[in-house]
Design a protein around this ligand. Structure first.
Ligand SMILES: *Cc1c(COP(=O)(O)O)cnc(C)c1O
Ligand code: SF4
Length: 442
């Protein structure tokens, strides 16, 4: 299958949009100047139900919508575009709005950046003891963009192969020096956007270095949904699958961390075949998604997703809470609602699907999971635990917060019973220097 991609400059060529109202088309252009927009022929032809516009969840997931911007921002952008502003002026106006949408400022990326010989390694993050995140420079884009994602604006441009091998060398060196690291997680963007020959430049040196304490190579990707032909008919699909096999042969576990936001993404033969190809290499596919208003805020959808994933041989892994960034007002739901969705879905599936953990916030102290609401001596409290902690000792320790049905993020929480702080508050403040807290708004 040939890949045709659509971005802001050519989206009007998408044949299916001919039957869509001019208001919706204009909104795509206006909102798409601020939020990420990119899609492709697979998404358009297989995932979107064009008889269900504008409510179709896959349409909302990939096409910017009118109310993803607040009215003030929408009107501002609309007037800039309608006044015939040139590209630099449009970009300037868009950036002005983006800065107000908490676009995970550079400092946030800067905070978990590891060092080697006194130098910061910018393509990496090391927040949790066992796992190093690696952002290969050519993997910082995707086959299509999700409207809820605000990670891409700061992504670097494509770099050349020479730069990649330099990066790979530093990665190997870092992992070798850190015996506590068992996992390297390739992330982005989407590392599967890379040609196999580029991906190989990173993975093969890790295998060849024969690092005993390195056990798992993980790849976080949405390519199974946005471009399953990556594993089927792309020129280098065969080479890619051989690379996966070689990870296995080298005695490492290849964990493919797949993003699925809606059951629609799991329908049909193409995705089924792509999944089998990956599984046949000895890799394991684990799945994750945020819970998103207007897309998947329904326990039935989640139960359906988990069941279908298991049927196809995947393991449900995480349900996340939408981050406090970008079009948050459009996608976010209160933590309590997220828990209710999780609880109802979890209750309706068998233990085979219950490997999944959630709802979980990836926030400043760690991965914080809402276990539920309970009553302690007549007072309602919310019970949380950390799945991962910035201090590894915080993991699996529960804590209680004051009941708050409107809280949507960790920063909204107050300790229960009039306590001044959570058990980790002091230590967290010690770990983070004040100037860094200011940047890390999570
Ligand atoms: C989620 C995450 C990981 C991986 O955590 P696991 O629980 O091992 O899947 C690693 N680093 C960061 C910064 C993360 O947010
Ligand atoms: S595929 Fe992942 S990184 Fe890419 S836009 Fe979607 S959520 Fe963001």
């Amino acid at each position: 299958m040939k890949y045709s991609s659509y971005m802001l400059h050519n989206f009007r060529n998408i044949p299916q949009l001919k039957h869509v109202s001019p208001e919706i088309i204009n909104a795509i252009e206006i909102v798409g100047s601020v939020l990420p927009f990119k899609t492709n022929n697979y998404v358009i032809e297989n995932l979107i139900d064009w008889s269900n516009i504008p409510d179709d969840p896959m349409f909302i997931l990939t096409f910017p919508q009118y109310d993803m911007l607040i009215p003030e921002h929408f009107e501002k952008m609309k007037s800039v575009i309608n006044n015939g502003a040139d590209k630099p002026r449009i970009k300037e106006a868009a950036n002005e709005i983006r800065r107000k949408l908490n676009p995970q400022p550079a400092g946030q990326l800067e905070y978990n950046v590891p060092m080697i010989e006194g130098e910061k390694l910018y393509g990496m993050q090391h927040k949790y003891r066992e796992t190093v995140l690696f952002f290969p420079s050519q993997g910082q884009t995707c086959h299509a963009y999700c409207t809820f994602c605000f990670r891409w604006p700061q992504f670097a441009g494509m770099e050349d192969l020479k730069f990649a091998s330099k990066e790979a060398e530093l990665l190997v060196k870092y992992v070798k020096n850190h015996k506590e690291v068992t996992d390297v997680l390739f992330t982005g963007g989407d590392p599967m956007i890379m040609k196999t020959k580029h991906l190989e430049t990173y993975i093969r040196p890790l295998l060849e270095a024969n690092i005993e304490h390195l056990r798992n190579i993980r790849i976080g990707s949405k390519a199974l949904t946005y471009w399953p032909y990556r594993f089927l008919t792309d020129d280098d699909a065969g080479d890619l699958l051989r690379l996966f096999e070689d990870v296995n042969k080298a005695g490492k576990h290849l964990a493919y961390m797949a993003h699925f936001n809606h059951p629609k993404e799991l329908e049909g033969k193409t995705i089924e075949n792509a999944i089998s190809k990956i599984l046949n290499t000895g890799a394991v596919i684990r799945t994750q998604s945020p819970v998103l208003k207007n897309i998947n805020d329904d326990p039935k959808l989640w139960a359906e997703m988990w069941k279908r994933q298991v049927k196809l041989g995947c393991i449900p892994y995480y349900m996340f809470v939408a981050r406090n960034t970008g079009a948050q007002h459009y996608f976010s739901i209160p933590l309590l609602d997220a828990w209710n969705i999780f609880r109802k879905a979890y209750q309706s599936v068998s233990g085979i699907c219950r490997n999944v953990r959630g709802p979980s916030m990836s926030c400043l102290p760690g991965k914080v999971q809402l276990l539920g609401v309970t009553d302690v001596k007549g007072e309602n409290v919310m019970v949380f635990r950390m799945i991962q902690g910035r201090n590894p000792d915080w993991a699996a320790r529960p804590f209680l917060a004051k009941y708050d049905k409107d809280a949507i993020w960790y920063t909204d929480l107050q300790p229960a019973f009039g306590e001044e702080k959570f058990y980790f508050t002091d230590e967290l403040n010690q770990i983070l220097r004040p100037e860094e807290i200011e940047f890390d708004l999570e």
